[in-house]
Design a protein. Structure first.
Length: 295
């Protein structure tokens, strides 16, 4: 079965891998369009009916806060380009896989969250992860205002995040996605002297979307843990060079890199899974566990 992730990100991160999962052979491919939404739409339309599942990479179909889902206009446009093949963005899996990642790290003592200074760069993108980190007792800052909107205002509770989200997300969800998230060549840029980088430097744990983290990566990561999703071999080497202590990725490694949650959800969709309970069942069958790299 073939699962293809169409990403608004850089084409330099393209990759193809093969995996044998639950008795099925998968060809897993990631194609970046360098921020070209029209190009991504055309690729999805061309793949429709010819692959088992299509993932939306570098963009969310919706974000979540206070139990509400806000659909992003540009992502909905991409999803409509396919009429036959299921299109997923990883959101469904984030709420299961990433919650379980934090629970496992806490329960097995890999990370003692209680009292740690922890920054979640964008909680509305990974609400399950953010909620579990807060429940684990971390001294948590939610960086949505700074990392997404460029406003230096720290949010220190989920309740404050939810109140702000009710005001901002109905408007932000209709903006061009490139205004909210680095796409194309912007994903290759690193600003280590920004306010965002200083926020990361002042925390013990940095969690959330890797491209947002990488965009503002501090020069010195000594003593820090990053909990994230997609990392390439080059990303891992960059983190090693900057002195990171520990890297945790929620998705498994295929062919030398971890793919995004949209790819894993695409695999699950190809296997017929549609609900959170079916996702949990497949994770158990796969004997899944977070990937942990100690530097």
């Amino acid at each position: 079965m073939r699962v293809v992730s169409i990403s608004l990100g850089s084409s330099e991160r393209n990759h193809t891998a093969h995996a044998s999962l639950l008795g099925h052979e998968f060809e897993i491919e990631r194609r970046g369009t360098d921020g070209d939404i029209e190009g991504a739409e055309a690729l999805i339309r061309g793949l429709d009916g010819h692959v088992a599942a299509i993932g939306l990479g570098g963009i969310d179909l919706y974000v979540v806060a206070a139990g509400r889902r806000y659909v992003l206009r540009d992502a909905a446009r991409l999803a409509r380009a396919a009429q036959k093949t299921p299109v997923v963005d990883g959101s469904g899996l984030k709420d299961t896989l990433e919650r379980e990642t934090i629970r496992r790290l806490a329960n097995d003592g890999t990370i003692h969250f209680n009292g740690t200074r922890t920054l979640v760069v964008a909680a509305v993108d990974r609400f399950g992860m953010a909620e579990e980190i807060a429940r684990a007792g971390a001294n948590t800052i939610f960086g949505d205002m700074l990392f997404v909107l460029g406003v230096p205002y720290p949010l220190r509770s989920l309740s404050s995040l939810n109140r702000l989200a009710r005001v901002i997300l109905p408007v932000a969800s209709r903006l061009p996605f490139k205004m909210l998230y680095p796409t194309g060549n912007k994903q290759k840029q690193i600003d280590s002297h920004s306010a965002q980088a200083r926020w990361m430097a002042n925390n013990d744990i940095i969690a959330g979307d890797f491209l947002l983290i990488r965009r503002y990566l501090p020069e010195n990561l000594a003593g820090k843990t990053i909990i994230t999703n997609t990392t390439t071999a080059a990303d891992v080497e960059l983190l090693r060079e900057r002195g990171l202590t520990r890297l945790v990725t929620s998705t498994p490694e295929f062919g030398g890199r971890s793919f995004g949650t949209n790819v894993m959800e695409g695999i699950f969709a190809a296997l017929g899974a549609r609900t959170a309970e079916e996702y949990r069942d497949l994770l158990k069958q796969l004997d899944w566990s977070p990937r942990i790299v100690e530097f």
